[in-house]
Design a protein. Structure first.
Length: 483
């Protein structure tokens, strides 16, 4: 017991009580044909228990939300309109009007090049009065178009907020590093989250500007549709119906993926910052007024592109209630973030899936699904229904280093450690000859429970050591890479 530990005894911190919880993914609709490049799964909020899957190349399918369902119908086919090539272009967003049950209106976001210029379109369509599983293609009413200077970073997500307004996410226009500085420019809609009143029309538009938008009626030439800015490529937004907070995952440039809680008029930093670090300029950037992400993770563990998810409000996975479930498109890892703005934020790895996670989906009962881009399946998130304790406050007795999990491993494993107070942390990997292989953590960390992933791809099988140093505390544990 040293002085540090005596100091620590008065500190409270949050740990998750579900370290052993086993989460998994189950093919939700095994009798359905696979979808082709699915990007989205939503429900209509109309009490019909149907789900809608958006395919990138322009088709929307509808089917009954039962595990035995074996038929699906084409709800809308925009294949002849939307971009048919490009990894980030296509039909990207679908949102049903909150009163869809009565007015039959829904909204899509897609890219197209009708006159040789790539553009994003936000359009309204109507469902057929005679056939609830079919939309009327000729009912299209274009609300908004936006020129896209490059083929990537088109955003595309649409949703209705609890305020009844339509929110739309657009990326910075693409290329790399936001060469046109669009995200910080409030005279363009690129790199923004927009908010539109689709129940009114004014100013020659098929929508109106909500009077509470931050730049409504401004005289500086700022676009009045802007709700928030400084975003690079927001890939999925969601609203927590309990807190009404708007969550988004913003895809990073070279090093960091980030999660933001988006507020009216907020500037989320890009391209001045990538997450918590200066990006342009690379040092000494002016961070005045920039809102930091509530969580960021690096590319060092094979993660490379965030897919924003949902704050879980279902009933079948009680340990996840109130946590933000999200994933990484490239690594397939899926996490649950515990954030309340007061206690230390903690991040729990739920599972390491083999899928390209293009989206999370939610049904009317708020069960969560993973949309798998490559195999075209929708997987329901499963886990222990009971006997998992909720997050709780405990009194720490010391810095702690857990055994890595899984162990033996191939090629990825996760190492957890706990800090009762803010400390400079070093976590390094060594081989059996004592040679340093890599540095996983080398920075100041807040109090809380942390995990660091390690990808041993390319290294030989055998025993490795990981060493945690926190002040005078040093502990080394061994682990086994087994190919
Ligand atoms: Ca940011």
């Amino acid at each position: 017991m040293n002085l540090r530990m005596l100091k620590l005894i008065i500190c409270f911190f949050l740990v998750t009580g579900s370290l052993k919880a086993q989460y998994g993914l189950q093919n939700a609709f095994p009798s359905l044909p696979a979808f082709s490049l699915p990007l989205e799964m939503v429900h209509a909020g109309d009490g019909t228990n149907r789900l809608f899957v958006v395919q990138q190349r322009g088709r929307i399918y509808v089917f009954e939300n039962t595990s035995s369902v074996n038929t699906r119908k084409v709800f809308l086919d925009l294949s002849d309109k939307v971009s048919q090539s490009g990894s980030e272009t296509g039909l990207l967003g679908l949102a049903f009007h909150p009163d869809f049950k009565n007015n039959g209106s829904f909204y899509v976001n897609y890219t197209s090049s009708p006159a040789g210029q790539l553009q994003s379109f936000i359009s309204r369509f109507q469902v057929s009065a005679a056939n609830a599983d079919s939309a009327i293609k000729s009912s299209e009413q274009v609300l908004l178009t936006l020129n896209q200077p490059f083929t990537n970073h088109n955003g595309g997500n649409l949703l209705f907020g609890l305020d009844g307004y339509l929110y739309a996410a657009f990326g910075d226009g693409g290329s790399s590093g936001d060469p046109q500085n669009n995200a910080q420019s409030r005279t363009t809609l690129l790199g923004k989250i927009l908010r539109l009143d689709v129940n009114s029309a004014s100013g020659g538009r098929n929508y109106a500007i909500p009077p509470t938008n931050p730049y409504a009626g401004n005289t500086q030439g700022f676009r009045e549709e802007i709700y928030a800015y400084g975003l690079r490529n927001p890939w999925k937004m969601s609203v927590d119906p309990v807190t009404s907070k708007l969550w988004t995952g913003d895809v990073g440039q070279n090093i960091w993926e980030e999660i933001n809680i988006v507020v009216r008029g907020g500037n989320y930093g890009w391209r001045t910052m990538e997450a918590n670090n200066c990006y342009n300029p690379s040092s000494g950037c002016d961070t005045t007024g920039l809102i930091r992400p509530i969580w960021a993770y690096s590319h060092s563990n094979g993660d490379a592109s965030i897919t924003g998810g949902y704050v879980y409000r279902g009933t079948s996975l009680p340990a996840l209630i109130g946590k933000y479930v999200y994933g990484d498109y490239i690594s397939g890892r899926i996490w649950a973030l515990t954030y309340d703005g007061i206690n230390p934020t903690t991040n729990q790895l739920l599972l390491d899936s083999p899928y390209l996670v293009s989206s999370f989906g939610q049904d009317a009962e708020r069960n969560l699904y993973v949309v798998s881009y490559q195999d075209g399946r929708n997987y329901r998130l499963t886990g222990p229904a009971t006997s998992v304790s909720s997050p709780q406050f405990v009194i720490p007795t010391s810095v702690a280093l857990d055994q890595n999990y899984p162990n033996p491993f191939n090629p990825r494993t996760t190492i957890r450690f706990q800090l009762p107070s803010p400390e400079f942390v070093s976590l390094r990997i060594f081989d059996v000859l004592g040679r340093e292989i890599t540095i996983l953590v080398n920075e100041e960390r807040a109090a809380g429970a942390f995990e660091a992933g390690w990808d041993a791809s390319g290294l030989p099988s055998g025993v490795y050591f990981y060493r945690l140093q926190v002040g005078n505390f040093i502990e080394t544990k061994r682990m086994m890479l087994a190919r």
